[in-house]
Design a protein around this ligand. Structure first.
Ligand SMILES: NC(=O)c1ccc[n+]([C@@H]2O[C@H](COP(=O)([O-])OP(=O)(O)OC[C@H]3O[C@@H](n4cnc5c(N)ncnc54)[C@H](O)[C@@H]3O)[C@@H](O)[C@H]2O)c1
Length: 346
């Protein structure tokens, strides 16, 4: 299969690109190379005859039309997005432009291409979304595919809008779409502005480890390679028009997650131990959702997917990876906004 992956130089997109090439798929990686991108993430496949790169922006409809006609993909996996909630609080405009208008452009370019090919049933437009579109849970319950949308941040609202567009393009034009909504990912190549890499890198540098509020917010953590496997399964076997909720069934309070990372670092870098002495409570994020949790029954029963690692196993792999890959993360610390507290304005 030839897959057009958008956002393939980012964290999750690059895991999808690496796995898709390893499975023998042809991949065209379309990425605007924003601050969050890094072509090092796909360096392991860059020389493969199965891989091509297109430096393009999903806000540029003409570029999209050219890319569809040049590469003639069998499927699209759409991951390109502005993805950081804190940045969406400070500057929501980019999130509206890329996540909503960019998705609209991509849908229109995909629809025109699909129609020009005689509307093949086997074509897929796979839209990758987040569980954050469902809002915030209390102490019990889980999100599933029928949970009503209730986004509460500019990021999640822009992703919810894009989900609605994708469903509308299926209902109105018959475009064969699949949607997935996933919980928080972590793992290698995670950009150092997100919680887990921030904790690891601050701890390594002996700097304060910031915990928003009381650290009681709960997230359902999924190792990125398990997400990429789930995405390729949903692409290959998911039913058109259907959505799939993906989660690791690994709920942890932020503070517990951070303490686990500190314990791993105590073991792997004992010179800085105990690392949890660096934990510092800071002002909470405005509108910080209390809890996310996913019921992945449909993924498990329909598509036969389950995560391969627990959060403790995945965190061990992740901490080891950051310790072994300083040459990957060091240059990223100089990028705009990294290491600063963002998203406090309300
Ligand atoms: N990170 C998570 O925990 C998580 C969980 C569920 C769903 N998602 C979704 O998965 C997708 C990927 O997330 P991620 O964490 O890998 O994001 P990321 O920020 O690491 O990567 C996003 C990529 O998209 C590219 N991009 C941004 N704007 C673009 C534009 N206008 N045109 C072309 N490319 C553009 C960037 O250059 C970057 O390479 C997003 O759609 C996100 O909403 C993320």
């Amino acid at each position: 299969m030839k897959i057009l992956v958008t956002g393939g130089a980012g964290f999750i997109g690059s895991a999808v690109v690496r796995q898709a090439v390893a499975k023998g798929h042809h991949v065209v990686n379309l990425d605007a190379l924003t601050y969050a991108a890094n072509l090092e993430n796909v360096a392991s496949v860059a020389d493969s005859p199965l891989y091509a790169f297109e430096h393009a922006d999903i806000r540029d409809r003409q570029a999209l039309t050219r890319i569809f006609s040049t590469h003639a993909p069998d499927a699209v996996m759409h991951l390109a997005a502005e993805s950081h909630v804190d940045r969406s609080i400070d500057g929501p405009g980019d999130f509206i432009d890329t996540n909503i208008t960019g998705t609209f452009n991509l849908l229109e370019a995909a629809r025109a291409y699909w129609q020009s090919q005689g509307r093949p049933d086997g074509f897929r437009f796979h839209h990758i979304s987040t569980d954050e579109v469902f809002g915030s849970l209390g102490p019990t319950g889980q999100f599933n595919e029928s949970t009503p949308y209730d986004p509460r941040s500019p990021y999640s609202a822009s992703k919810a809008a894009s989900d609605h567009l994708v469903r509308a393009w299926h209902e109105t034009y018959g475009l064969p779409v699949v949607l997935t909504n996933c919980s928080n990912n972590y793992g290698p190549f995670h950009f150092p502005e997100k919680l887990i890499p921030v904790v690891i890198l601050n701890a390594l540098h002996g700097r304060p480890i910031p915990i928003y509020g009381k650290g009681e917010n709960v997230r359902d953590w999924l190792y990125v390679e398990d997400h990429a496997t789930a995405l390729l399964l949903a692409l290959e076997k998911g039913q058109p028009g259907r959505s799939y909720a993906i989660g690791g069934e690994n709920e942890r309070r932020n503070i517990d997650l951070v303490r686990t990372i500190c314990t791993l670092l105590d073991e792997m870098r004992p010179d800085g131990a105990p690392h949890d002495r660096l934990i510092t409570y800071v002002t909470d994020r405005p509108g910080h959702d209390a809890r996310y949790a996913i019921d992945p029954t449909r993924m498990r029963e329909e598509l036969g997917w389950s995560p391969s690692v627990t959060v403790e196993e995945g965190l061990r792999l992740t901490v080891r990876w950051y310790l072994d890959n300083e040459s990957w993360w060091r240059p990223l610390l100089d990028r705009q906004g990294v290491g600063q507290r963002l998203g406090t304005s309300s």
